[in-house]
Design a protein around this ligand. Structure first.
Ligand SMILES: [Zn+2]
Length: 144
């Protein structure tokens, strides 16, 4: 990071991303005009690009399509272009399995007894039964 980038980063950490726009506009007009000249739909996206020296959009980890979906200053751009690409991505699948193994000791959270018990408990609280078939049947009956 160069001095301007560091300076900008420090300001954002201090004032918070919600107040960045007004703060820069009134207190740092020179930085503000630099940011406004950068490509990007939202102000905070342009700030992000200046701080991290980003000149082009990142690409989807799965299909290499350009990603224009900006999340937050902390998270930056999305890693995938679509939910479809997230679902197809091998590394993402492995990561999900690993996280589930660490948290529940099973490949998927839904295979864990703990998660299943909690799901049944919630259904019982809300509908008085943990049978989805019963709930659907009652719902259809109520519609008629
Ligand atoms: Zn994609």
């Amino acid at each position: 990071m160069n001095e301007m980038q560091l300076n900008l980063h420090t300001i954002i950490m201090k004032v918070g991303t919600k107040h960045t726009y007004k703060h820069l506009k009134f207190k740092h007009p020179e930085l503000f005009s630099v940011i406004q000249a950068v490509e990007g739909k939202r102000f905070i996206e342009r700030v992000y690009r200046v701080v991290y020296g980003i000149v082009s959009y990142p690409v989807c980890l799965q299909c290499s399509k350009e990603i224009t979906k900006f999340r937050t200053f902390q998270k930056g751009y999305a890693l995938f272009c679509s939910n479809k690409c997230v679902a197809q991505n091998r590394a993402h699948k492995d990561k999900k399995k690993q996280t589930s193994q660490e948290h529940y000791g099973t490949e998927r959270p839904s295979q864990s007894k703990e998660v299943d018990d909690k799901r049944r408990e919630t259904l019982k609280e809300r509908y008085g039964t943990d049978s989805l078939a019963d709930i659907r049947w009652r719902r259809n009956k109520a519609k008629k």
